[in-house]
Design a binder for this molecule. Structure first.
Ligand SMILES: Nc1ncnc2c1ncn2[C@@H]1O[C@H](COP(=O)(O)OP(=O)(O)OP(=O)(O)O)[C@@H](O)[C@H]1O
Ligand SMILES: [Mg+2]
Length: 477
């Protein structure tokens, strides 16, 4: 909401909060007859998710930037993956570039000003942001199987590894935790060695399968995942910060390199959604979201996903809303998103699509049909005519019904369009002392790897015997 008590009185449009009024974030304006009509996203319906689509170079990233700016100004923290590095510009003051000024004029924004936004950089590989880590136990066997591209029987063995470690913990070996890849390798190795003895309780553990999993783990490690698995694990509260003056922090995940391993990228984001879903309390429909999650290159999530994973995505998308998290999938074509997920994405921004092949024509038709009809617009044709930075917009309004689709010129961002320099980025990371102190160093606590090593040593065997039967004897331990 606009702050009426600002001391000076610059032209409206110079402060990010000017673009948040009456519980809505301004997206741009549509021409309706001779009038320009503001188009906006309602904050109280922003947790009903969204979809941003369009071909390459049509303005998707700038639209994400505008969304992120708007949410931040509204006090809503944002999480976004930065695929090409260009979203990082949101941390820097923009400038009055001709193209942007032109757009401001086109939509009649008189006081278009520049600003920068509070940003936290994160990086799974730990290079271009604070390291983001998860434990293997935290990720769980379903996502891990997806990451390792395991077949069903292989997934079975992976499940045994998790169950075995859990049973050992329940049996009193509290440190039999699978935190990093070393731990998982040790556990898999251990159950492989003891396959004969474990068969009756857990089922078959074929040596070839153990071999396959071990090799996949090695590949994963070479892709840099060893940096990702471990502690301190990401605390999702750190993605939900608001600055003292009420701006939502924009969390940007460096994804340029991560994208080279699409499975790791998409599994990681999926893990994050699952984590948010599990850890956040139920709050119903809040006045504004607690967090907005912008999921770029979302097709990677759905491509070749198993039934179990698809179900998980669908379920998390459906239920995370009542935890106050809005998820915005970003991809080229709406056809990239399965119907059951798509049906839950209420706020839609469709940039231009091109139709070269019959298949593309079909997906344009499908995209056109998802909108609430506007008698003034031939949606199917307009989708192909939209210029850069222009989109068909239909959002949820009133009681949650979709608004009539409008051809909308997206407003220009206030922050920089284009990436930060390496120096600028390093400065932002260095200034973020709280996250640096918490995440910069890896901690390798006692876990399964060490426990198995210990147990398999002569002293360890003795101790293990005592641990398991100590209650029957009077030992001094
Ligand atoms: N709303 C806008 N106002 C002004 N200029 C815009 C707007 N949207 C896009 N542009 C211009 O178009 C360029 C390309 O936009 P953008 O990078 O968002 O495309 P994209 O769809 O993300 O492309 P890619 O698929 O290659 O990532 C921008 O650098 C900017 O100059
Ligand atoms: Mg882009």
């Amino acid at each position: 909401m606009a702050d009426e008590t600002r001391d000076a009185a610059p032209a409206p449009g110079a402060d990010p909060r000017d673009y948040v009024q009456d519980g809505a974030v301004l997206l741009g304006a549509s021409r309706q007859g001779r009038d320009l009509v503001p188009e906006m996203i309602e904050l109280k319906l922003a947790n009903r998710h969204g979809l941003v689509t369009g071909a390459t170079g049509t303005g998707k990233t700038v639209t994400l930037q505008v969304l992120a700016e708007g949410f931040s100004a509204a006090g809503v923290p944002v999480f976004a993956a930065d695929i090409k590095g260009d979203l990082s510009g949101i941390a820097a003051m923009g400038s009055q570039k001709p193209r942007l000024v032109e757009r401001a004029k086109e939509i009649g924004l008189v006081g278009y000003g520049n600003a920068k936004f509070p940003v936290a950089f994160w990086d799974v590989l730990g290079e271009r942001g604070h390291p983001v880590r998860a434990t293997i136990d935290g990720m769980g066997p379903v996502l891990l199987s997806r990451l390792l591209e395991l077949t069903e029987p292989q997934e079975g063995v992976l499940n045994i590894a998790f169950r075995w470690a859990a049973d050992e913990r329940a049996d009193g070996d509290a440190h039999m935790l699978i935190k990093d890849l070393k731990d998982l390798r040790s556990v898999i190795d251990e159950i492989g060695q003891r396959a004969g003895e474990l068969r009756s309780k857990y089922g078959n553990i074929a040596p070839q399968t153990v071999g396959v999993i071990q090799r996949r783990l090695l590949v994963l490690e070479q892709q840099g995942a060893e940096k990702f698995f471990g502690e301190p694990a990401l605390d999702i509260a750190d993605l939900m910060k608001v600055t003292p003056d009420g701006q939502g922090v924009v969390n940007i995940l460096a994804a340029e390199k991560l994208m080279e391993t699409p499975k790791l990228y998409s599994t990681f984001l999926l893990w994050m959604l699952a984590e948010l879903f599990e850890k956040l309390p139920e709050i119903g429909d809040p006045e504004k979201p607690k967090l907005v999650f912008l999921f770029d290159e979302a097709h990677l999530l759905f491509n070749g996903a198993s039934q179990a994973v698809l179900e998980q995505i669908e379920r998390v998308t459906r239920l995370i809303r009542s935890k106050g998290v809005g998820v915005y999938y970003v991809t080229q074509s709406p056809a990239d998103v399965p119907d059951r997920v798509s049906a839950q994405l209420g706020n839609r921004i469709q940039h231009a699509l091109r139709a070269f092949t019959p298949r593309e024509q079909k997906s344009i038709r499908a995209a056109a049909e998802t909108f609430r009809k506007n008698p003034q617009l031939d949606t199917e044709r307009v989708i192909q005519e939209l210029t850069v930075g222009e989109a068909l917009v239909s959002v949820l309004h009133n009681k949650g019904e979709p608004s009539i689709v409008q051809r909308t010129l997206i407003r220009p961002p206030m922050s920089r369009v284009g990436p930060l320099t390496d120096e600028e980025r390093a400065a932002v990371i260095a200034a973020d002392q709280a996250n640096r102190a918490k995440y910069a160093e890896t901690v390798d606590a006692l876990s399964a790897h060490e426990r198995i090593q210990e147990r398999n040593s002569p002293v360890g065997q003795v101790k293990d015997g005592i641990r398991r039967f100590g209650n029957l004897f009077k030992f001094k331990t």
